[in-house]
Write a new protein. Sequence first.
Length: 412
Amino acid sequence: MTNHQFTTQIVHADRLGGAEHGAIHKPIHTSVQYGYEKVEDLIAVFQGTAKGGFNYARQGTPTTAALEAKITQMEGGQGTIAFATGMAGICAVFLTLLKAGDHVVASQFVFGNTNSVFGTLADLGIEVTMVDVTDAANVAAALRPHTRMVFVETIANPGTQIPDLEGIGALCQQHGLLYVVDNTVASPYLFRASSVGAGLVVNSLTKSIGGQGAALGGAVTDTGLFDWSGYPNIFAPYRKGDGKGWGLQQLRKKGLRDMGGTLSSHAAQQLALGAETLTLRMERTSATALALARYLEAHPAISRVLYPMLESHPQHAFARKHLKAGSWLLSFELRDAAQCLPVCNRLQLPIKATGLADSRTLIIPVAHTIFWEAGPDVRAAMGIADGMIRLSVGLEEVEDLLADFEQALAGA
Ligand SMILES: *Cc1c(COP(=O)(O)O)cnc(C)c1O
């Protein structure tokens, strides 16, 4: 199956683990306990000598395992752990792989809730330095003797900044640092983080991969590129077997079994179904977003449009080289910030809501909502103007969206 193309692999992934009763979709397994005829088989699952066995659903079920296998294929990795939400996956990465005294270099443009976790880490004695990751030199300058991890996002929200992903990958390789890439917005269809040397890839399945705004989920994929045998924070029980597997073993035991942010089988099945249409949705929404971006950039009421596939985008050259398309994420600024709320209200199709990658277009004024708690200083540092509006472009017909913007911007 591995020699097939991306979408072919995704739609046939469920059957690879063995079709039950000929079922084409992986069934929803609701059992919490898994029993065995012989106690030796149960022991083998506990001791990790039986590949793929289940014992208690907090560590996974056949349904979540099928989703994990699908994400692993999508990211081209060696294994994946599914979580209840993207944030559960991100917290598991930080809390199980870092300890007091460690240092992390992270993007200053990260998702707001990830930024909030950095404050929690500081109180636990794990320091995070946030830098402008669009230049790998800023990451290099922030490194310290105890730096363990570099954390970036492929396309930042709402500003659409793209890090120097290759340069940072080379730096991490050179210094033996764990390179963690949150690939939520781009998704593995638009960008494979393993191509720039990422050791772990995070996806909020709630967004691009699930795609319907109907189920929460998260995933952490090990690309197989990081050598865990040199990583000091692996507990003794997980230093067994090939060093390549140590990180995921620790993440599943400490992150899932102990912390308990487990994805339900019901949500896993819904997300797996959404994943089957990832390619179609990313192509459609990216094409619509680009058309809207070009329209908005030419409109006199708009001062700035942030979209990676516009020639005016600071990382456009990288985007053209590495991303299949620009994604559904598009932000723009009104020349007159006072028009921000009236324009949102005049738009008929986009739903005034937070959230990303739904089938429907969602719109939100950024400074008044998702960056309100951050305050004016942080907003200024992150380049978030009072007139900034974020769009998550949905599956509507592009003509309908363009006509709606035309009427809403008239007189703005
Ligand atoms: C939404 C989001 C998350 C968190 O995912 P949830 O599933 O909502 O917990 C993490 N990273 C990025 C980039 C996101 O957009």
